[in-house]
Design a protein around this ligand. Structure first.
Ligand code: DUC
Ligand code: ZN
Ligand code: ZN
Ligand code: ZN
Length: 487
């Protein structure tokens, strides 16, 4: 084929607008969006009548080829990205894990892991220990390597966790560099104590996992991170928001004018913890992730918060381990590798849950699955939009076709799927990545076709922030919850 594609007659959806139009793609970018485009006969034509043409999904939170808890995720960049494309996601942002705390070595390692990518990708940098070298390396990451976000762990005591003193320094450093700090918000000291209690009580199976780290520990850490970010006067991104407790803290912060971004993940939106009580180890262990999947009720609140804008984009924390790998924790839930599926299922499950049910518009769907992520990480409108000049990463979704999820048919290498048997309406029939049809019911991926997307440091979040600091600090004396604006 010529590499030129015309998508005819679909409803083209952006976060701000939708209209029936044709989309013409050439040389990997969107060349034109308007009704009745006439083309020559070397152009591949796709009929999208009655269907939605939308920006490909961007998953802000994945772990591919990650060494973790004594093993490595079964999905690497090839299988994870193939799964993503089959599910309508055309870009993901993965977390670089430093090598012995070294950021540059971690970056090089992950660039190598990703070198045969079949779709575009970017990186956040996890910071797994904190010292002067790390602080200096952060500048290289931001100025030279295309990383504009750093993740800090308030949990995983004894390995990744950093205390408040170090977290404060890290927040200051991010602010100075124009980078966005992200937190895994659970109180790691209390989690360690909760785990000790479970083992002491003889609870060594998977149910010990949620019992040892209840929602209030997530709420506490979320509140603490938000207040420290307020004190430093920097924006904050809270990854994998799993509970009402954490969501309430984010809502409160937003009401006082603070820039806090909350990211729920698909597992938290659609699952509850009942599986973790299953007496069969292999069944329950599949559902072990951190923070844990919560009791029924938290899922509904997270859905409501996402629908109403309190939480503003959706990720997966895709981090898959096989039954055999999960069995590393057969005698001790603390050793079950943490993580669940999601990269392939996110677009379908969110569509069925929120759009098919009539709770959000198709434009809001595009916003929470794609555009918002592109904006937050400063790559909009190259990504997250169907506009002239944007990358040709898009999907055709048929609202009248159904999907069904099963480990027997998914494209991940994992031998289980936490969404096993789930069905719904809305099917991604075509995925286009970099101007190529990569999914039309069959995968047509090309190793090496995926590009590393550099994410530039922020301007808009940080403009005028120096001047604002003094005003903010004096306003923090105010007894009033309202009117804390730093302006
Ligand atoms: N939680 C998980 O479940 N997996 C990867 C890391 C994390 O924080
Ligand atoms: Zn428009
Ligand atoms: Zn995490
Ligand atoms: Zn994660």
């Amino acid at each position: 084929t010529s590499g030129k594609i015309l998508i005819k007659g679909g409803t083209v959806v952006n976060a701000h607008h939708k209209e029936v139009a044709d989309v013409y793609i050439q040389d990997g970018v969107i060349a034109s969006v308007r009704p009745n485009i006439i083309v020559s006969d070397d152009v591949t034509i796709l009929d999208a009548t009655g269907k939605y043409v939308m920006p490909g999904g961007i998953d802000p939170h994945t772990h591919l080829a990650m060494e973790f808890m004594g093993t490595e995720t079964i999905d690497d960049f090839f299988s994870g990205q193939a799964a993503a494309l089959a599910g309508g996601t055309t870009m993901h942002i993965d977390f670089v894990i430093p090598v012995n705390g070294n950021l540059s070595a971690g970056f090089d390692l992950y660039m190598n892991k990703a070198k045969n990518s079949v779709m575009d990708y970017g990186f956040h940098m996890a910071v797994t220990k904190w010292d002067e070298t790390v602080s200096e390396d952060m500048q290289i990451m931001v100025n030279e390597k295309g990383i504009n976000s750093f993740k800090f762990f308030m949990a995983y005591k004894g390995s990744f966790m950093i205390n408040d003193e170090l977290l404060l320094q890290a927040l200051e450093r991010c602010k100075k560099l124009g980078a966005l700090p992200m937190v895994h918000a659970e109180n790691g000291d209390a989690v360690a104590e909760g785990q000790r209690k479970m083992i002491e009580l003889g609870i060594t199976g998977p149910k010990g996992h949620p019992l040892s780290r209840p929602p209030l520990l997530e709420g506490e850490a979320t509140a603490r991170a938000i207040r420290l970010a307020r004190f430093v006067n920097t924006p904050l991104y809270v990854v994998h928001v799993m509970s009402i407790d954490a969501t309430e803290e984010i809502a409160k912060a937003k009401m006082s004018g603070q820039k806090v971004i909350g990211e729920p993940v698909v597992s938290g939106l659609v699952l509850n913890d009942s599986w973790l009580w299953n007496p069969e180890f292999a069944t329950a262990a599949q559902y072990v992730m951190s923070p844990p999947i919560r009791k029924s009720g938290h899922d509904k609140s997270l859905q409501a918060a996402l629908s109403s804008g309190i939480l503003q984009l959706v990720g997966t924390d895709h981090c898959t381990f096989t039954k055999t790998q999960k069995a590393l924790g057969i005698d001790d839930f603390r050793k079950i590798p943490n993580g669940v599926n999601g990269i392939e299922e996110r677009m379908h499950l969110v569509w069925d849950l929120l759009v098919e049910s009539g709770r959000i518009s198709v434009m809001d769907y595009v916003r929470i699955t794609s555009t918002e992520c592109a904006r937050i990480f400063n790559i909009y409108p190259r990504k997250g939009a169907i506009m002239e000049g944007s990358d040709a990463d898009l999907i055709i979704l048929n609202p009248n076709a159904s999907f069904k999820i099963s480990a027997a048919s998914h494209h991940s290498r994992c031998d289980t799927n936490v969404y096993e048997g789930m069905t719904g309406m809305g099917k991604v029939e075509v995925t286009i990545s970099g101007g190529r049809i990569v999914w039309d019911g069959e995968l047509k991926v090309k190793p090496g076709s995926g590009k590393y997307i550099k994410m530039p440091p922020f301007g808009y979040l940080f403009e005028g922030i120096e001047k604002a600091d003094l005003a903010l600090l004096s306003s923090l004396h105010s007894p009033s919850r309202i009117g804390r604006s730093a302006a």
